[in-house]
Design a protein around this ligand. Structure first.
Ligand SMILES: [Cu+2]
Length: 139
């Protein structure tokens, strides 16, 4: 989690990652100007549409102050979309793909239930599978 020193822009870096089942993802708030959350798309998280695999317990870091961190271990293959509670509508969202080695295709979630600024914030499944960790071009 990071952002400009004046807080005018915030983002997850990387905002797309590819891991294998059983690996752990850790978010660290490296933004000196803002608190952030890493919150899975799910009904229990502020009534959001579910965008994590069926059967997985939705995660929510709650607010992380500068220097604080949160981690989850993801065992089930699939797409895990998450957002930052205060900055979702600023496009602060991210995507984790959990895939067995060699898997090259996943069914994406329907777009209709999210606003365009949010959808535009996600890296594509194809890019994550092709390039691994994805970083925004500019801060
Ligand atoms: Cu945030």
């Amino acid at each position: 989690m990071t952002g400009r020193p004046d807080g005018s822009k915030v983002w997850f870096d990387p905002y797309g990652v590819l891991i294998h089942p059983g690996q752990t993802v850790r978010w660290i708030n490296r933004d000196k100007a803002n608190s952030h959350t890493a919150t899975a798309y799910a009904a229990v998280n502020d009534d959001h549409p579910r965008r994590i695999p069926k059967g997985v317990a939705p995660f929510n870091s709650d607010y992380l102050l500068t220097g604080e961190s949160f981690e989850v271990t993801l065992n089930l293959p699939g797409i895990y979309d998450y957002f930052c509670i205060p900055h979702e509508l600023a496009g602060m969202v991210g995507r984790i793909i959990v895939a067995e080695p060699g898997v090259t295709k996943f069914k994406d979630y329907p777009d209709g239930d999210l606003e365009k600024v949010v959808l535009d914030g996600f890296p594509t499944v194809a890019d994550i599978l092709a390039y691994g960790p994805l970083h925004h071009k500019e801060g």
